[in-house]
Design a protein around this ligand. Structure first.
Ligand code: 5AD
Ligand code: SF4
Length: 441
């Protein structure tokens, strides 16, 4: 029987897909192993979002080709977004044995059993409009046993001009809500205490069964009702689609976490228009106002791209302005990376130099560090309910977990275990972590 090692790059959705692949393969008798050296098959589940993500995978393929010289029968497979984008180029120019796109994972075991057949046989990259892996409960990969991820939809049809995802993951489709709730119930029964519902744009989740329609807010309620001990998060929202109904739902359930990840991308209306984001900075700030008015003590995080085509100094300062106005608790920040065949690549020139992108990126990172620090300082003296995830990496006599706002909290080890909820009084902080003591009283 074949030993398989799966390595994941990119987003949490991809990690979840690796879990689907792991489930499909182990059901067919393959055995999962923890490193490439022990494997007969190495699968790289890849990401195409920025050029550097692809470069990392190409370097890894080169390393594995080297390993193949020692292990003659080793098979290397590329899955995920790069498989979908580069297709047969991977088979012909990178010495990869099998290429499987995001909608073909059900066929992976059969394909692996017969790689000596034709090249077409080893190239499974058709996309479709229906595959949701409904009936496959993925293995939770690299799990701490407390926090889990559940995919509720696939694909994306927003066509932000910079983004490769609509091309690599295909049409948007929502998974059957009953199968989502069943998977969440099972995770809870197996000891998991926090679930993050995943989709490229969860706000447009819509499942129709006969006359009954379930939207994202309805789905959240169904999952929240499994148990008050099960916490819920979700990612990612599109600012144009986040509804008042959802905001009210977050506010009204204790176990729906008080956090919203709302990617801004840019604070300039000109840039937002070229990005095809379909909202203005004013629309965005209005949504933030609604969130703040309705959800008490809600954390807000974002994604920012600097150096998009034609971004002027003024456009860039508009982004800094929105960051300050919102006071984000956390942000993921990136240099714009042109992706082949996207709308932006076809229509606009990638005209900001790397040096200038880097200068702008450093500036947003520094601003965000100050904003995170200010946000964390405001928490000193407060008491938060923390779900314990494990021992702190830095010191074995401390535990760590997260509060509802998704902030990491490190605190003294008491008579508690992983998966418990504890009240922690915040006494200190860094820009990345809250530090506290268990509040017994
Ligand atoms: N270049 C840089 N960042 C990008 N993102 C998506 N596409 C690109 C790109 N071409 C960022 C966006 C998105 C996050 C997942 O990655 O900020 O929200
Ligand atoms: Fe995830 Fe996007 Fe990367 Fe694909 S390209 S793995 S969807 S982040």
């Amino acid at each position: 029987m074949k030993n398989v090692y799966i390595e994941t790059y990119g987003c949490q959705m991809n990690a979840n897909d690796s879990g689907i692949v792991a489930k499909v393969l182990t059901d067919k008798g393959f055995i999962l192993v923890g490193e490439a050296n022990d494997a007969d098959v190495v699968l790289l589940n890849t990401c195409s979002i920025r050029d550097n993500a692809e470069q990392r995978v190409k370097n890894r393929i080169a390393e594995l080709n080297f390993l193949k010289r020692k292990k003659k029968n080793l098979l290397v497979g590329v899955l995920g977004c790069m498989a979908e984008r580069l297709k047969d180029d991977l088979l012909t120019n990178f010495d990869v044995d099998i290429v499987v796109g995001p909608d073909s994972y059900r066929r992976i075991a059969d394909a692996l059993n017969d790689v000596s057949l034709s090249q077409e046989h080893n190239l499974l990259t058709a996309l479709n409009a229906w595959e949701t892996y409904n009936d496959i409960n993925p293995l939770q990969m690299d799990t701490n046993g407390v926090t889990a991820f559940v995919s509720i939809m696939r694909g994306c049809e927003n066509f932000c001009s910079y983004c490769v995802v609509p091309y690599t993951r295909g049409r948007e489709r929502s998974r059957d809500c009953d199968s989502i709730v069943a998977e969440c119930r099972e995770l809870f029964a197996n000891g998991y205490r926090e679930i993050t519902l995943l989709g490229q744009n969860v706000n447009s989740y819509l499942y129709q069964d006969g006359q009954t329609k379930t939207d994202f807010a309805d789905l959240m309620v169904k999952v929240a009702q499994i148990s008050p001990l099960l916490r819920l998060r979700f990612a990612t929202s599109h600012p144009k689609d986040i509804s008042d109904k959802l905001i009210k739902t977050i506010a009204s359930y204790n176990n729906i976490c008080k956090m919203v990840h709302l990617p801004l991308q840019s604070g300039s209306n000109d840039v937002l228009r070229r990005m095809n984001r379909k909202y203005t900075r004013e629309d965005y700030l209005e949504k933030i106002k609604r969130i703040r008015q309705t959800i008490k003590d809600c954390s807000i995080s974002t994604d920012i791209i600097v150096g998009f085509c034609g971004e002027t100094q003024q456009d860039f300062e508009d982004t800094l302005g929105v960051m300050e106005a919102v006071g984000y608790d956390y942000a993921f920040m990136f240099n714009y990376s042109e992706r082949p065949n996207t709308l932006a690549a076809k229509k606009y020139e990638d005209d900001i130099t790397l040096q200038e992108k880097n200068r702008r990126l450093t500036q947003v990172i520094n601003l965000q560090r100050e904003l995170s620090m200010a946000s964390n300082r405001r928490d000193i003296g407060k008491v938060y309910e923390v779900l314990v995830e494990g021992e702190s990496k830095r010191s074995a006599d401390k535990f760590f977990g997260r509060n509802s706002q998704n902030k990491v909290v490190v605190f003294d080890r008491g008579d508690i275990s992983k998966g418990d909820y504890v009240n922690v009084r915040i006494t200190d902080c860094t820009s990345a972590t809250l530090i506290g003591k268990c509040d017994v009283g």
